[in-house]
Design a protein around this ligand. Structure first.
Ligand code: DX5
Ligand code: ZN
Length: 212
């Protein structure tokens, strides 16, 4: 069971300070790359991710909400990301893309928007280390958790077997994390519930305690 705080709703003007607040307690740090094309929001790209990689001891969990990941995603692995997630809806040749990411040494994951069926991963599962099930529409932190995604989490676990990591992202909090675990998830992204609290490390500890 791994907790991956998302910095999207943290104070991005003090990014390394915000990340250091969860170092030593979090398992990963989740960075949301958005290009204002795949999603209607713009965050940051490779230069900022590379800057974070140089300053944190946490493994970096990159979530690419961008068009044309076939072209852009492997560079995040080359830069040293621990895990690189692309959206299946945006990938042109997901098998080749997954191989290209794996070749950098990074773990590779495919993300599914709430409306995207698990069938879209047909023929790809053997090339993946993780499936990311979005439990909100991607683009913004602080949205309400979509409980209707629970069967999809369970089905992803069923289809992929015990070794696959299943990550949930969107609206994960003290109220929803246990249900995600029970459905079969083992990697939990939590953004606003961690960084809206004056003690982010304590929230991460609380989340861990709920799933362990
Ligand atoms: C949304 C991002 C999430 C976001 C989660 O598109 O992928 O990682 O930061 O934030 P919360 O936990 O507030 O829903
Ligand atoms: Zn994310």
């Amino acid at each position: 069971m791994l907790i991956s705080p998302s910095v999207l709703n943290s104070n991005l003007g003090r990014l390394s300070e915000e990340i250091s607040k969860v170092e030593g307690v979090a398992d990963l740090i989740h960075l949301d790359v958005m290009d204002n094309h795949f999603v209607p929001n713009l965050s940051f790209g490779l230069p900022v991710v590379a800057g974070v990689l140089a300053h944190t001891s946490l493994p970096v969990d990159v979530h690419l909400m961008i068009d044309d990941p076939d072209r852009w995603a492997p560079a995040y692995g080359e830069a040293g990301a621990y895990s690189v997630t692309f959206h299946i809806e945006a990938a042109k040749d997901p098998v080749t893309l997954s191989k290209n990411i794996s070749a950098t040494g990074a773990r590779v994951a495919a993300a599914l928007k709430p409306g995207t069926d698990l069938d879209s991963l047909d023929g790809l599962l053997e090339h993946l280390d993780m499936i990311l099930i979005m439990t909100v529409e991607p683009g913004f932190g602080g949205q309400a958790f979509m409980y209707d995604m629970m069967p999809k989490i369970a089905r992803a676990r069923e289809l992929s077997g015990a070794h696959m990591w299943i990550e949930v992202d969107g609206g994960v909090s003290q109220n929803t994390i246990k249900d995600c675990k029970e459905a079969g998830a083992n990697v939990f992204v939590a953004g606003s519930c961690v960084y809206s609290n004056p003690d982010p490390a304590q929230v991460v500890r609380d989340l861990k305690a709920l799933v362990e």
